[in-house]
Design a protein around this ligand. Structure first.
Ligand code: FES
Length: 108
């Protein structure tokens, strides 16, 4: 069973679980600020669930590639949308500052 590390916590989950749901069910701070209430609920359109992922997940979906290529995101940063990712092994997740998680410093 894979483990997801986020914000100093370690959460076990089934192989193939949706990363957004794993984090939300564990009550971990996936969204920043107003995005906690204002997000697309996992459709891949708002971009507020962006995180850095270290470890194995699926290839980016078409809508994920589209959204991460649109400001304030920048594909060069290598972020992923948690709502579009399946957990395929042990992961370490970092959330960055900014409403969309697009900042340069890790969120606190
Ligand atoms: S929740 Fe909106 S893009 Fe992931």
């Amino acid at each position: 069973m894979p483990t997801v590390q986020f914000a100093g916590q370690s959460v076990p989950c089934p192989q193939g679980a949706n990363l957004r749901l794993v984090l939300l069910r564990a009550r971990l701070p996936l969204y920043n600020g107003a995005a906690r209430a204002l997000h697309c609920r996992g459709l891949g359109t708002c971009g507020t669930c962006a995180v850095k992922i270290e470890g194995p997940v699926n290839e980016p979906t078409q809508i994920e590639r589209l959204r991460l290529g649109f400001p304030p995101h920048d594909r060069e940063k290598g972020l992923r949308l948690a709502c579009q990712c399946s957990v395929l092994g042990d992961l370490v997740i970092t959330k960055y500052e900014g409403l969309f998680g697009q900042g340069d410093e890790p969120a606190t």
